[in-house]
Design a protein around this ligand. Structure first.
Ligand code: NAD
Ligand code: DAU
Length: 345
């Protein structure tokens, strides 16, 4: 099987590339990534040594380029991680979110229709459901919860989901969608809460907590998300949405304090800052469907996962320090500039 993984130089896509190479060594993986600020070839340096893996630099919204890639590679499965993924950035500049997250999804699915594939899988988010109130712990997002978005980011992801379902209904494109809660783990870009707090705490810098720090997120270790996507894209029902989450709800303050404790750093580093506009209060996934239909269950408990994650950041300081210094953006040109023949520069 030949699988195109878009956005594979990012956090979850990178983890997914390694998951596939390890668990399906018979398959070929092609990573298509534009290498935006969030894409990092250092994440893929080990994969680049594997003969079953290939990297192609390009934009999912560039129709001509995507069609050429499909024509030359004839992939069986497309799994689309490529996206602008940071809520705060979407509040500053929504436009690129619409271009990549909506138009990029359309271009990929048009290519699937034109060249034929066995599955198009869309990696979506629980943010399409909006948020839940703090005083109703009995409520969870199911696949039937109405779409109700808050930020330009979540609106762009919801728009893409609707388009994916429309391509299924209208063109019978064999699609599936997973909607997952917050991920954490290795290779997480240090603008997001957990890696930001780890990197700043190690440097004894103030830790920005939005509002009162009482917003709740439902944390899932990234490898468990990868396992869920792998199951759904291979065995999930066509035309269906599957929620993915592990019943791991924590307030932001709880998460920050856990990290500080593990690093033996003082809580006095916590600094309350102005809240995010439109800040979602609580996310909480009901994963019953994927468990019942496909037998998926998360393997990593939060206490273990956060320890493994902190250890990874301690053992891979160069990875995130290169991001903070900006050096990672030269890595692709330096290491692979002359080696990747079909890359679009
Ligand atoms: P990320 O920002 O770390 O990585 C995104 C990747 O996409 C980067 O490598 C970037 O270079 C690439 N990319 C961006 N625009 C592109 C374009 N136009 N063409 C080709 N490549 C492009 O994101 P992430 O956190 O790994 O999220 C991956 C996917 O999972 C996203 O679709 C996101 O919405 C979804 N998701 C994320 C989480 C989470 O907690 N991080 C949870 C649920 C769903
Ligand atoms: O739920 C899935 C979503 O999780 C994904 O779709 C998004 O791509 C991903 O970025 C993530 O969105 P969040 O907005 O939940 O993640 P973020 O790490 O930005 O923030 C997590 C919580 O921490 C949120 O309540 C805002 C808060 N926060 C965040 C940052 C960056 C802070 O308090 N301080 C910060 O500096």
């Amino acid at each position: 099987m030949k699988i195109i993984v878009t956005g594979g130089a990012g956090f979850i896509g990178g983890n997914f590339v390694y998951y596939e190479l390890e668990n399906h060594p018979e398959d070929e993986i092609i990573c298509l990534d534009k290498l935006t600020y969030a894409g990092n070839m250092e994440t893929l340096s080990k994969a680049m040594e594997n003969p079953k893996f290939k990297f192609v630099k390009g934009d999912i919204a560039d129709r001509e380029f995507v069609y050429q890639l499909f024509e030359s590679e004839k992939p069986d499965i497309i799994v689309n991680f490529a996206a602008e993924s940071h809520v705060d950035r979407s509040i500053e500049n929504p436009e690129i979110f619409l271009k990549t997250n909506v138009m990029g999804t359309q271009v990929l699915m048009d290519a699937c229709r034109k060249y034929g594939i066995s599955r198009y899988h869309q990696v979506s988010t629980d943010e399409v459901y909006g948020d839940l109130p703090l005083d109703r712990p009995d409520l969870f997002f199911t696949e039937d919860t109405p779409i109700h978005t808050s930020s330009p980011y979540s609106a762009s992801k919801a728009s893409a989901d609707l388009l994916v379902l429309a391509y299924y209904r209208t063109y019978k494109l064999p699609v599936s969608i997973t909607r997952c809660s917050n991920n954490y783990g290795p290779y997480h870009f240090p603008e997001k809460l957990i890696p930001l707090i780890i990197s700043k705490a190690l440097d004894d810098q103030p830790l920005p907590v939005y509002g009162k720090g009482e917003n709740v997120r439902d944390w899932l270790y990234v490898e468990d998300h990868c396992a869920a996507i792998d199951l759904v894209m291979r065995k999930g029902k066509v035309g269906e949405v599957y929620n993915v989450g592990g019943h791991n709800e924590k307030t932001n303050l709880e998460v920050v304090k856990t990290i500080l404790k593990q690093l033996d750093k003082p809580e006095s580093l916590i600094t309350y800052v102005t809240d995010r506009p439109g800040h979602d209060m609580r996310y909480a996934i009901d994963p019953t469907k994927i468990h019942r239909e496909l037998g998926w269950l998360p393997k990593t408990k939060f206490d273990d996962g956060i320890k493994q994650t902190i250890d990874w950041y301690l053992n891979n300081k160069e990875w995130w320090q290169n991001i903070l210094s900006g050096d990672y953006q030269n890595y692709y040109q330096k290491m692979y500039g002359n080696r990747i023949s079909n890359a679009k520069q």
